[in-house]
Write a protein that binds this ligand. Structure first.
Ligand code: ADP
Length: 402
């Protein structure tokens, strides 16, 4: 079964055509700068063949046309007929309280995704555009929505409620939802495989550290708390997002600098985090390079980044009454020995100790704890696309059985 996995953002569409039997991508790529006449499609086939196509791609429907054309093309394609795409799996960011798992897309599901526009204005409208585009170009091929929030739907009320009037929860559904669900779920299951234990017997802490960062406490395979909240702004320090802070800060800055809602939103989402503190970059590689060159603010940004993760590990160990393994994933988690060391340093009292040599080697998937460490510490490359493909397959299989 070939599954087209789509991730539609405001100005980009990322995709992979995954063969679910081999679990490998036949082709992967992206269309960047959607909405402009200088949009670029990059397609990479599994044999390494790469092609770039530029064009007028003013909306998502055209982006999907370009993607299908390249997948079907004689010289650079991987299929000869659209029917070789057996299902489409869409990453949908916000499922709200409505969607607790992956679902076949129907009119009712589309209405549910639309109902969540209010709480995910930056994501859900673009995700829905991708769905409509596929309904136009891939008629009769089942489409499935896989939600970033779904894995967190069992977080208990004491962990998802904010300390504000309960009526704001009942009326507006203001609560912690959590994101990056497919990534946390994927690496947690992989860690259980590496430990050769049933996930239902494990307490895990998964740290997804990319441009966006979040950390999740997973007890018996269930997400019981996570650092992102009502939106992906809460929690860890990120590339350009502030993460946790006293909410009064923003009210104070708004009044001092005369910022309106949109400006305040941009300040917290686009000009904060690593970028805001370091003044150097939102890219951890550049922050580390500057820090090593003696830039004090880059060092400060690095320290705040690691300290915040360390604090969450401590609090999630307390929340679960123990921890069997910590897992690092995402661009930073997978590639930065410095960050992993900065986070785990001084956590021996929790039974965590890193082996410096293994931590620094180039292996992609590895256990980086010492023999003495009571807690396992893993680096596991995430694969959100594969997770979306597998969940899509499950949904399609279950409807075929009916
Ligand atoms: P996204 O969240 O957009 O999917 P990624 O998971 O690719 O992003 O992570 C991007 C982050 O990973 C950037 O901050 C980048 O600097 C960081 N990163 C990638 N490689 C390295 C590396 N070798 N050392 C440190 N950070 C790295």
């Amino acid at each position: 079964m070939n599954i087209l996995v789509l991730n539609c953002g405001s100005s980009s569409v990322k995709y992979q055509l995954i063969n679910e039997d081999t679990k490998l991508a036949l082709a992967r790529g992206s269309v960047e700068r959607v909405g402009t006449s200088g949009a670029i499609l990059t397609n990479v086939r599994s044999d390494g063949d790469e092609i770039k196509v530029t064009g007028d791609i003013l909306e998502h429907t055209t982006a999907i046309e370009y993607i299908l054309a390249v997948l079907l093309s004689k010289n650079h394609g991987v299929i000869t007929n659209k029917n070789e795409i057996h299902a489409v799996g869409h990453r949908v960011v916000h499922g709200g309280e409505t969607f607790t798992g992956s679902v076949l897309i129907t009119d009712e599901v589309i209405k549910g995704i639309r109902d969540n526009f209010d709480i995910a204005p930056l994501h859900n409208p673009h995700n829905l555009r991708g769905i409509h585009a596929c309904q136009t170009h891939l008629t009769n091929i089942p489409q499935v929505a896989v939600f970033d929030t779904a894995f967190h739907h069992e977080i208990p009320p004491h962990a998802y409620l904010y300390g504000i009037p309960y009526s704001l929860y009942s009326q507006y559904k203001i609560r912690r939802y959590g994101f990056h669900g497919t990534s946390h779920e994927y690496v947690a299951h992989r860690a259980a495989e590496l430990l050769r234990k049933d996930i239902k017997k494990l307490k895990l802490i998964t740290a997804h550290l990319g441009n966006g960062c979040s950390i999740t406490a997973i007890d018996k395979g269930i997400s019981v708390d996570t650092s992102m909240g009502f939106t992906p702004l809460e929690g860890l320090l990120m590339g350009t997002r502030s993460g946790d802070m006293d909410p009064s800060v923003i009210l104070y800055v708004m009044s001092k600098e005369g910022l309106n809602y949109a400006e305040a939103n941009t300040l917290l989402n686009k000009h904060s985090g690593l970028q805001g503190i370091s003044g150097v970059s939102n890219d951890m590689r550049e922050v580390i390079a500057e820090m090593n060159d003696g830039n004090k603010r880059a060092k400060l940004a690095f320290d705040v980044f690691c300290y915040r993760i360390k604090k969450y590990i401590g609090s999630y160990a307390a929340a679960m009454g123990g921890v069997d393994a910590v897992i690092f994933t995402g661009g930073i988690g997978e590639n930065s020995p410095d960050v992993r060391k900065g986070v785990i340093d001084n956590l021996q009292f929790l039974g965590m100790e890193i082996d410096k040599t293994v931590n620094a080697n180039k292996d992609k998937e590895k256990a980086i704890h010492t023999n003495k460490s009571e807690v396992s510490i893993f680096v596991i490359p995430t694969n959100e696309e594969l997770m979306i493909a597998l969940q899509t397959k499950e949904v399609v299989k279950s409807i075929k059985k009916k």
